[in-house]
Structures are given as C-alpha cells and as structure tokens.
Design a protein around this ligand. Structure first.
Ligand code: FA5
Length: 357
C-alpha cells in the first residue's frame, strides 16, 4: 500500500509556521511568500499529487490541504502586521526630536517643558464649575451660515440688531451668507436641533469656543476671543433660575468677595435680557483705565430664551422654556488674574506667559 502524499502534512505545516515566525523583515517575508504558498511551493506540489489518490479519498485530502494553506496564509498575514508595527515604531523612534538644553556662546539655556496657555486653563476651570452644576459641555463650528449666527437667533436679514456684532464674512457661496461666528450663541441652535432630532430634551449645556469680531483691540477687546455659552431648556424655567446659576458661578469662580450685578439689556434672542457685570478687579471698583472709570466690568450677556428661537428649531414654547448666557472667557481670565490690558494675552511675551505656568 502506498503512503498518502499528506502523511506528514501536519509536520510540514508546523515547520512552515515556525519558519514564518522567524522571518525578521517585511522584505524577507515578501521574498519567502512565493516559495511557501506560490505555484512552486510545497503546498502546491502536494495539491497536484492529490490527483494520484483514489477518488473517494480526494475530497477529504483536499479539505485538509485547504485548511493547511489557510493556516499558512494567516501566519503570513499575522507576521506581516507584527513586522509593520515594529517598522512603524522604529520610524517614529528615528523621527523623534531630542529637545535638550540650548547652548549659545557657551551659555546654557535649560530646556523647558510647555504648559497650557492661560485661556485653555481658564476655559477648563469654567467648564469644571458648570459641570459641577450639572451642565454638559459641547462645541460648535467656528464658521457658520448666516442662519445659525443670526437668523435662527431671531435676527432676520437686515434686522438692525445684527449691527451689534461687527462681522467677518467668509468669501463662500452668496455674498454675506457665511460668517466667522461672532458669538457662541449659534451653538445653542445646533444643540437644540440635535435635541429635537434625538428627542432628548431637557437640555443643560455649556458651549465654549473661539469667536471673531471686527473689534479694534483695546484693554478689554480682541478681534479673536473666546466665549462660553450656556443654555438650559426645560419645563418651568424662569429668570430666577438664571440669576441663581449666575450667582453660583460668580462665587465658585471669583470667590465670595466679588460683587456682581445684572443690568437690563437687549439681545434679540432673549427676553428679558441682562448684562452680567462684576466689580473691576484691577481697581477694586474705584475706577481705572481698564473699566473706563466705571468700577464695573461686563463679563457677558444673558436672558430668558425668546419663544421665537424655540420656534425656529421646532421646540414647543408652550411646553418648554429656557435661559441662556454667554460670558467672555478672556474677560474672566483678565478679571481673575487682574490683567490690566487684554492685549497682553496675544503678545506672546514669554515673561507674561510664564506667570501662568
Ligand atoms: C453676546 O455675544 C451674546 N451672544 C451673549 C448672550 C448669550 C446673551 C446668550 C444672551 C443669551 P456680547 O456681545 O455682549 O453678547 O458679548 C458677551 C461677552 O463676550 C462680553 O461681555 C465680553 O465678555 C465678551 N466679548 C465680546 N466681545 C469681545 C471682544 N471683542 N474681545 C473680548 N471679549 C469680548
């Protein structure tokens, strides 16, 4: 009786698997592949020899050989992934920059590590305060359509209140239809739309982010600055809930010694509306250049969400109400750290920045 061509198949397969696991480069792996599973490989030779088997033995033997081939192919694939990941790590290691001390004219300047900037730190402190009060944190786009920045916020085209924000327009689509957002309020609209889509009202969220206005930089203004928006949409919400949140925020962020006040104001998307001010921390209220001699600094605007805004996003204003606010993050940082001129935040003077490391 002649021996089956597959009598030592298991042995051969283990030898092949062992050999594959020892291949130590992607090039060597590529070279080994044709000889192992290609046309002239042992496996293909065995495949051809199956023709000599009795017809009733052929299908079992074919299945065994197929399974052996799959094992070997899988071993190639697994080894390829291992070697590729080793190669990736190696290349990352090679590309790594060694940032050490710098020596100039025999003077050694020690290497320093970076740290988050004052605005990033302030933003995360503000988020922490609001998260502790039960708010979630969301972000929205910095480039907005006219609809999100103005129209959905109850400012139809040519509405005079649009003049409250000196706007940068983006040269896209029809003229004056795409803007760099002038405030974080459009993110309210995105959030409410999403809550309506996913039927997930009520909503309690803060939305930090960068804003842009054609404001001439001065001691309290920059052309690129940051706001943190707040929005609550719930049942039975009123102005007193808003006042409570603002009071809690002021105490948590600035401490119990800071006095705050709400003054009646106008925003098209809230009614009633207010401006939120605190005692100027630079002059402690006696009047200085930073607060234009008033003793107060405006940190943000706020109010009860106008039913027209709820209507624009398809929320039933008879069932739901809400309040919203938008505070300047740069202003909060300025007041907390008593920075007399906000332009210091963007001058990149290392001596200034190092104070906040
Ligand atoms: C608004 O932007 C409203 N969207 C706020 C709001 C939200 C009202 C929700 C009602 C409900 P205002 O233009 O006043 O309002 O800006 C709010 C705050 O952003 C200001 O008090 C100030 O702290 C900050 N801010 C505004 N413009 C600048 C600027 N150019 N540089 C730095 N901070 C600024």
């Amino acid at each position: 009786m002649s021996t089956s061509p597959l009598h030592d198949l298991d042995q051969k397969v283990s030898e092949l698997l062992a050999a594959i696991s020892e291949i130590d480069s992607l090039d060597a792996l590529r070279e080994a592949e044709p000889g192992t599973i290609g046309k002239r490989s042992i496996l293909s030779t065995l495949q051809k020899s199956l023709g000599a088997l009795a017809p009733e033995d052929r299908s079992d033997a074919g299945a065994r050989l197929q399974s052996a081939r799959r094992d070997v192919e899988n071993a190639f694939e697994a080894r390829r992934e291992e070697l590729a990941s080793v190669a990736r790590l190696h290349s990352l290691e090679q590309d790594r920059l060694e940032l050490g001390d710098v020596v100039v004219d025999n003077v050694r300047f020690p290497a320093t590590t970076g740290h988050p900037g004052i605005i990033a730190v302030t933003q995360s402190q503000l988020e922490d305060v609001f998260v502790a009060m039960g708010f979630t944190v969301s972000e929205g786009p910095e480039v907005e359509s006219d609809w999100y920045n103005f129209e959905a916020l109850n400012m139809p085209p040519a509405h005079p209140a649009r003049g409250m924000w000196d706007t940068f327009y983006v040269d896209l689509g029809d003229p004056e239809t795409v803007v760099l957002r002038t405030h974080t309020s459009p993110t309210q609209i995105h959030l409410m739309e999403e809550a309506v889509r996913s039927e997930s009202l009520p909503l309690h969220a803060v939305m930090p982010g960068r804003c842009f206005r054609r404001d001439a930089p001065d001691s309290r203004h920059l052309a690129t600055f940051h706001q943190i928006e707040g929005l609550v949409v719930d049942r039975g919400i009123g102005f007193s809930d808003l006042a409570g949140v603002i009071e809690t925020f002021t105490r948590s962020y600035f401490g119990p010694d800071i006095t705050s006040r709400l003054r009646p104001a106008f925003f098209p998307f809230t009614e009633p509306s207010a401006e939120f001010e605190i005692t100027c921390t630079i002059c402690k209220g006696s009047g200085c250049r930073t607060c234009s001699q008033t003793g107060w600094i405006e940190l943000g605007g706020c109010g009860v969400v106008d039913p027209a805004v709820l209507h624009a996003v398809g929320i039933d204003a008879d069932e739901w109400g809400g309040f919203a606010f938008g505070f300047g993050i740069d202003r909060c940082a300025q007041m907390r750290h008593q920075i007399a001129d906000m332009r210091a935040l963007i001058e990149n003077d290392v001596r200034f920045l190092e104070q906040f490391s």
